[in-house]
Design a protein around this ligand. Structure first.
Ligand SMILES: Cc1cc2nc3c(=O)[nH]c(=O)nc-3n(C[C@H](O)[C@H](O)[C@H](O)COP(=O)(O)O)c2cc1C
Length: 446
C-alpha cells in the first residue's frame, strides 16, 4: 500500500495516478452548472480546470468512496476503521512550521479580501446562495482549547459569510464561552487526515489536530492576523472572526437529502486570505456521497470502541441509506446470549446521533443489504430481539424527529438484534449444534 498523502495536492495527485480523476477542461459556471456536473458524474473525482469568474480550479468528488480516503491515508479500505481508531487513541501534537521559507498556505497573502474571486458553488436554485461546503473551521475555546469542524458557509458579500453552527457542538460552545465573538480560520483544500479528523467529535479538550497528525504528519503554521494555527499545506485559508450579528442562514440541502430550514446564525467577517501558489478549491456536494462518507467514517471507530468494551466487535458500518449517520450495522463475535443486546446499548453510547442499529454475527457481510435482510428474516423475533427507547436526544438532521428551537432534538431509538438466538422461547440455552442450524447451508461437491 502507498504512503499517506500529506496534503490536498498529494491526494489529488494520488487519485490522478490511480486513474480515478477525470479532467473537465470546458469553462463551467459555479452557479448550478458545476454541482449538476458533479452529480451527473455520480460524484466520481473530477478536476474542473476552468471555472467562470474564478482564478482557481475546482476539485470535486475526492471523498465519495471509502477506497479514495483509504488511498489518501495509505491503508487498505477494510482497515480504514482501524486506522481511525488507532489515531484516536495514539494522538500526537503536530509541530509548528519554522524557517525562513513561508509555509505553503501562506505563499500568497491577500489583505484586500474579495470572496467573489473564489469559485463558490450555488448548488440548487432553492439554496440561500453560494455555499462553501468543504471548509474546515478552526477556533480556540477559552476553556478546552482548539476545535476543528466542518461548517457550511453562505457567502453574504465580498467579505462576509454566515455559518451553520450546530448547537452544543465544539464551535458553538467555544463561541458562547468567548462571549459571542471569536477569532477563527477556515481552511479549504485539506489533506484526507485533516478532513477526517475535522469530522470527529472527540471528548472536549481532545485536539482534533493531534488525531490528524497521528494519521499523517500535519505541520501547522501561525495565521497572519489571528492567534490560531492552521495546517501548513492547506490550499486556501480565510482568517477572520465570528461576530455577534445574526442573519438568516439557509435554505440548504442537508445530509438526509432534504432541505434544511432557515435559521438565525452568526455573521463571519474575513480580514485576510492566504493561499498556495496555483491554489485549488475543493467542492463537495451537500447530501452527496462524500458528505455522507466524511460524516460517517469517523463515527465507525467510536461505535467500534464502545461495543468492544462490552463484547467482541468485529466491524461497524454506517450505511448510506441512513445518511451514513442515523443507521449502523454492528458485527460481533457472540460469546454469550446477551451480547447482541449489550452491543445495541453500547452502539448508541458510541454515536449520540445514531437512531437505528442492527447487530449481526461474523458470518454476515455487513456491506451486503441482502445478507442483512436475511439475518433479520431468519434470526430475529420482534417480541424478544427488538429494543425501543422513546423520546431520546437525537440528531437535528432527521426530519421526522421532534425539533424545538434552542433545545436538543428528540427521537425514538431502535436496536435490532439479528444475531443467532442463543435462548429458546422457553428461556433455555440452545446447544452449539442447535445454534449451527441457523447458518446458511452452502452447496458443496464433498
Ligand atoms: C461535509 C460536512 C459538512 C458539515 N457541515 C456542518 C455544518 O454546517 N455545521 C455543523 O455544525 N456541523 C457540520 N458538520 C458536522 C461537524 O463537522 C461534525 O459534527 C464535527 O464532528 C463537529 O465537531 P465538534 O463536535 O468537535 O465541534 C459537517 C460535517 C461534514 C463532514
Amino acid at each position: 500500500m502507498s504512503s499517506s498523502c500529506r496534503s490536498f495536492r498529494q491526494y489529488v495527485a494520488a487519485i490522478r495516478k490511480a486513474g480515478w480523476l477525470t479532467t473537465v477542461s470546458d469553462a463551467v459556471n459555479p452557479h448550478l452548472e458545476l454541482a449538476a456536473q458533479i452529480q451527473q458524474g455520480s460524484e466520481q473525482p473530477l478536476w474542473f480546470s476552468q471555472v467562470q469568474g474564478a482564478s482557481y480550479p475546482v476539485a470535486a468528488g475526492l471523498c465519495s468512496r471509502r477506497e479514495l480516503l483509504a488511498l489518501g491515508l495509505g491503508v487498505p479500505a477494510e482497515r480504514l476503521l482501524f486506522a481511525l481508531s488507532d489515531a484516536l487513541q495514539k494522538r500526537s501534537p503536530p509541530r509548528v512550521w519554522e524557517g525562513d521559507k513561508p509555509a505553503p498556505c501562506q505563499e500568497v497573502i491577500e489583505e484586500h479580501v474579495d470572496l467573489q474571486t473564489l469559485p463558490i458553488l450555488t448548488h440548487l436554485p432553492a439554496d440561500g446562495g453560494p455555499y462553501v461546503t468543504a471548509g474546515v473551521m478552526i477556533v480556540n475555546d477559552p476553556e478546552v482549547g482548539r476545535n476543528m469542524a466542518f461548517h457550511r458557509l453562505l457567502r453574504l458579500d465580498s467579505s462576509r459569510f454566515t455559518a451553520r453552527l450546530i448547537e452544543g457542538r465544539g464551535t458553538y460552545t467555544a463561541l458562547q464561552r468567548a462571549g459571542g465573538q471569536l477569532e477563527m480560520a477556515i481552511c479549504i483544500g485539506n489533506s484526507p487526515a485533516v478532513l477526517l479528523a475535522a469530522a470527529m467529535s472527540p471528548e472536549p479538550g481532545v485536539d482534533e489536530m493531534s488525531i490528524a497528525n497521528a494519521l499523517t504528519p500535519t505541520p501547522l503554521v501561525r495565521c497572519r492576523t489571528v492567534a490560531l494555527e492552521v495546517p501548513a499545506t492547506a490550499e486556501i485559508v480565510l482568517e477572520g472572526h465570528i461576530t455577534p450579528q445574526m442573519v438568516d442562514e439557509g435554505p440548504f440541502l442537508d445530509l438526509t437529502e432534504t432541505m434544511d430550514v432557515v435559521r438565525r446564525q452568526p455573521v463571519i467577517e474575513i480580514r485576510c486570505i492566504t493561499h498556495r501558489r496555483e491554489a485549488c478549491y475543493q467542492a463537495l456536494l451537500p447530501g452527496g456521497l462524500e458528505h455522507k462518507s466524511l460524516m460517517g467514517l469517523p463515527r465507525e471507530p467510536t461505535i467500534y470502541q464502545a461495543v468492544n468494551q462490552v463484547c467482541e466487535c468485529l466491524n461497524v458500518a454506517l450505511t448510506p441509506g441512513g445518511g451514513s449517520w442515523l443507521h449502523a450495522v454492528v458485527q460481533i463475535r457472540k460469546r454469550s446470549g446477551d451480547d447482541g443486546r449489550r452491543a445495541i446499548e453500547a452502539a448508541f453510547k458510541g454515536h449520540g446521533s445514531l437512531k437505528h442499529v442492527l447487530v449481526v454475527d461474523e458470518d454476515i457481510n455487513i456491506y451486503d443489504v441482502v445478507q442483512l435482510e436475511w439475518a433479520l428474516a431468519t434470526r430475529f423475533q420482534a417480541d424478544s430481539d427488538l429494543m425501543v427507547w422513546p423520546e431520546q436526544p437525537g440528531s437535528s438532521l432527521d426530519p421526522s424527529g421532534h425539533h424545538v428551537p434552542g433545545l436538543k432534538s428528540r427521537t425514538a431509538k431502535m436496536g435490532l438484534d439479528a444475531t443467532i438466538p442463543w435462548f429458546k422461547p422457553d428461556g433455555t440455552l440452545r446447544s452449539a449444534g442447535e445454534r449451527a442450524a441457523f447458518r446458511k447451508v452452502r452447496y458443496s461437491t464433498e
